[in-house]
Design a protein around this ligand. Structure first.
Ligand code: CA
Length: 430
């Protein structure tokens, strides 16, 4: 059983199973559905409401040590706030916990700054400059490796460094944006001429997103001991993939148009402070050589991983029209799925002097569990489309069809902590 929340006077935040209790307080960017100008605002999710910083900044007196932070948030500048120190972030968090806590008495003014979540359109949580996708899911790397190189599924470098590639930030989309089936070049089999057509092997990848807070100067690597200082928070990430385009184009340089047509993320930025109770030791089920010292630290080994439960659900057009709920395809868990920690990704990314900036995003790589049923992509679940999966209504899927909606969920739930959730990451194929 999870612990009971300390509670908020916003009653919906106290409901069992609520993603946004007072222990979470994730940041989001949005505009009001009623606002024709679509003015961007920043807020904090609490229950089924959003605490809006623009209204808050004018409705109550802001403590002087918080005025700079609140001013940034009131003017929808989350990136600059993210680049501030942990101490600044914690100061705001404890003030918000106080304002929204059960004991707080002057609620009327705070109440005025609450907006129902159903009245807003959620956007990407911040300006995302650069996006890098890692490949830290060891079971995914193993599953895919077995299809390509049965004798040596993992590359020799896999246990030495967190493998990654530079993705596109321009096609990062907030949850709910329809996904247009991409067209691209592929070929049927070895030696046959290529052709150009809409992808027939459209897939999802279950990943988490990692947001960078404070960046680093070009030429100044981030040591593993201080890597967590640059970690701001997380979201769910669906790395949509066109397997036929990807397979043909990826020699010798790796992912390109098979990935860059769309990447969906969940709209709430869950901070590292909210994730603190779910820290756990880095455990590796696959025997590996001792890592190079620049990627290792005691703190990272003892508490560098985070326990986060993950789910993928599907709802086909037929299911939707007959009123059937989404069907859960898989469940997996971040700390069990990932070979590398967030700190190791940050340190390795900057080890050549590459600079990260506030709002940069990492994908973790596909977070498949250790069993075939817990795989984080259809490529793995259907063994490359060869064994279609059967849905409860009798429909079968090798890859995604038009009208399919993919829903990803993430939450943290441990006996000695209050459950927190990420909100959904949703996309429908059109
Ligand atoms: Ca990926």
């Amino acid at each position: 059983m999870s612990q009971i929340s300390v509670g908020s006077w916003v009653e919906s935040a106290n409901h069992i199973g609520c993603d946004f209790p007072i222990e979470n307080l994730p940041f989001g960017r949005f505009y009001l559905k009623s606002d024709h100008l679509k003015k961007e605002r920043i807020g904090i999710a609490i229950g089924d409401q959003i605490l809006d910083f623009f209204i808050l900044s004018t409705s109550i007196e802001i403590p002087s040590e918080l005025s700079a932070s609140v001013q940034l948030l009131a003017t929808a500048n989350l990136n600059t706030f993210m680049s501030k120190s942990d101490a600044d972030h914690q100061l705001l968090r404890s003030w918000l916990s106080q304002l929204l806590g059960r004991q707080y008495l002057e609620r009327t003014k705070i109440q005025a700054a609450l907006i129902p979540q159903i009245d807003v359109v959620l956007l990407l949580p911040c300006e995302i400059g650069d996006y890098t996708d890692f490949y830290a899911g060891i079971h995914h790397a193993m599953n895919v490796g077995k299809m390509l190189r049965p004798d040596a599924p993992l590359g020799e470098n896999y246990s030495c460094l967190p493998v990654g590639y530079h993705g596109r930030s321009s096609s990062l989309l907030p949850s709910g944006t329809p996904i247009k089936r991409p067209t691209g070049q592929t070929r049927a089999s070895d030696g046959k001429p290529p052709y150009f057509q809409p992808t027939r092997r459209l897939d999802y990848e279950l990943e988490l997103g990692v947001f960078i807070g404070c960046g680093n100067e070009l030429g100044s690597p981030i040591a593993i001991e201080s890597a967590e200082d640059h970690f701001f928070g997380m979201c769910i990430l669906n790395d949509w993939s066109a397997r036929d385009i990807q397979g043909w184009e990826s020699t010798p340089l790796g992912p390109f148009l098979g990935k860059s047509f769309a990447t969906t993320i969940s709209p709430w930025l869950v901070t590292k402070f909210a994730l603190e109770p779910f820290r756990c030791p880095l455990t590796r089920t696959i025997k590996a050589n001792a890592g190079l010292p620049y990627l290792e630290s005691t703190q990272n080994t003892q508490g560098g991983a985070i326990q986060i439960m993950l789910e993928v659900l599907i709802q086909t057009e037929e299911m939707r029209s007959s009123g059937e709920p989404p069907y859960r395809l898989v469940q997996s868990e971040f700390s069990e799925a990932a070979y590398w920690t967030i700190a190791q990704m940050i340190t390795h990314h900057t080890s050549n002097g590459c600079n990260l900036r506030a709002g940069d995003l990492f994908g973790t790589g596909t977070l498949s569990g250790p069993t075939p049923e817990s795989a984080g992509s259809l490529l793995e679940l259907t063994f490359g489309g060869k064994q279609a999966i059967k849905l409860p209504n009798g429909q079968v899927r090798g890859f995604l069809e038009n009208g399919d909606t993919v829903i990803m969920k993430a939450y943290c739930d441990l006996p000695n902590a209050v459950r927190i959730g990420f909100g959904d990451c949703v996309g429908m194929i059109v």
